[in-house]
Design a binder for this molecule. Sequence first.
Ligand code: LMR
Length: 396
Amino acid sequence: RFSTLSVAPPDAILGLTEAFLADSNPDKMNLSVGVYKDASGQTPVLKCVKAAETKLIEEEKTKGYLPIDGYTDYRNHVRNLVFDETIEHDRIAVIQTPGGTGALRVAADFLVTQLTPIRIWIPTPTWANHGNIFAAAHLEAQPYSYLGADRKSLDIDAMLDDLKNKTRVGDAVLLHGCCHNPTGIDPTAAQWKEIAKVVAEKSLIPLLDFAYQGFGAGIAEDAVGLRTVLDAVDEAIVCSSFSKNFGLYSERVGAVSLVASDADACKASLSQLKRIVRTNYSNPPRHGGAIVATVLDDAGLTAMWTEELTEMRERITRLRGDFIDTMKSTGAGHDFEFLRSQNGMFSFSGLTPMQVDELKNKHSIYIVGSGRINVAGMSESKMSQLCEAVASVMES
Ligand code: LMR
């Protein structure tokens, strides 16, 4: 009965926004969830999105259901953003999903229902929700090494060692396509080659989480690691999200792209993906996918999107630099120079769970328990306030 139920713990990321909203301190700062904010503290609707929505409202003729696998035009655009021409189109099945989280859950359900016994190897650390999603799908997750003992760099030797020696042939491995969440530390091009080699040698199925395409170095540049892995294998799954790079968070726009070894295997895999979707959310919501397709169908809107995305990426880089410089000026020992090479929205600060708690309790500054700070949520005008608070918890 419901009266016997206990209260679940708050979500490691979204639970912090709930706590932030309930905080009455007027100087509070939410640097937890990965959401971009502009200099005025707003999460803006991109201009290209507004233009696409105007067009959609004028031209939309129906609210009828989409097919189970989603909007065809959108699916084709996702394929072109993720893959290069080296993989035949009839080996790629793309389905539209509600966000990147929905994509991961569909992928997990697919692995469990179609390929059991299978386990998935996930980096330490990884996005706080990965473990929860795989547990909910009853997909066994095992950790592989990622972050070095210095908590500032990738321990590539330990990672390769785990993937070589701990995995069973045929297991799945979760790789962050770019902008590793939460560390912001990505493999170099040479390291991606080594990773791809081990993935191929052990016949691992790569599940590439690709939620931040465009937030590292650019749309094409951020696909380099992922494509290195795809070159080495004939089966893979990519989970995309357009929450960040189109700012479409609440529209829930994502995709699963499955690569099979041939066209028949691709057809069969797509049919199984569709069964999974049909028994979950039936078919995806239309609006967000239609926005992405409308922008990418139009050269002018695509150029506008690229410009807006570049502006967000460059501003995040500037804010990261400002944070490092302002921390230095708060006193000796506050050297965050190691953050400079981190990619994407987040910086992995190295703050301890106690310091993170103190930031929240004493300063109403909310960051994730791992020490992950959402740089994309920082603002120029509150930088000194943030850095003074961080310095004070480091000194106490
Ligand atoms: C994050 O890591 O903050 C984002 O991916 C948003 C989320 O759903 O957790």
